[in-house]
Design a protein. Structure first.
Length: 142
């Protein structure tokens, strides 16, 4: 059952993802942690990946890596295309739980994964097309 609270939480998560970056262009926000000092933005040698408690990844994060705290969750929200539905995603390894469907706005589909234990996993899904379209997200759980 979809509750108003679930929809509100999803809307707030989506709104946070739409905020423009404060630093010069970098990989998608959920893919790489931003350095605490803006003066070092873009310098790979000083980057450290921080782990989020509720990570939301979208179409732009295809092929990216994210980090999440054990006991929290990772969600993927993907655009839909008429006649070409996304397959139920799968996660490798034992760090993430199974995919759970999320209520999403029209034109999107989403799944959530519980971060069960420290380790790494890869979430993947596909949708038919010419050529077929794939989506992958590497997840580190700490």
């Amino acid at each position: 059952m979809v509750t108003s609270r679930s929809l509100l939480c999803l809307a707030l998560a989506l709104a946070g993802c739409a905020a423009p970056p404060a630093a010069p262009p970098t990989p998608p926000a959920s893919a790489t942690a931003r350095p605490s000092d803006p003066a070092v933005a873009g310098k790979a040698a000083v980057r450290q990946q921080s782990c989020g408690t509720h990570v939301v990844a979208g179409d732009a994060d295809n092929g990216a890596s994210v980090c999440v705290v054990a006991g929290s969750d990772v969600s993927i929200l993907l655009k839909t295309v008429a006649g070409s539905p996304w397959a139920e995603p799968a996660a490798t390894g034992h760090a993430l739980g199974p995919a759970t469907g999320l209520p999403t706005p029209y034109g999107r589909v989403g799944w959530g994964f519980g971060a069960l234990a420290a380790g790494s996993a890869e979430i993947s899904t596909t949708r038919p097309g010419s050529p077929p379209v794939g989506y992958r997200l590497h997840v580190t759980v700490r």
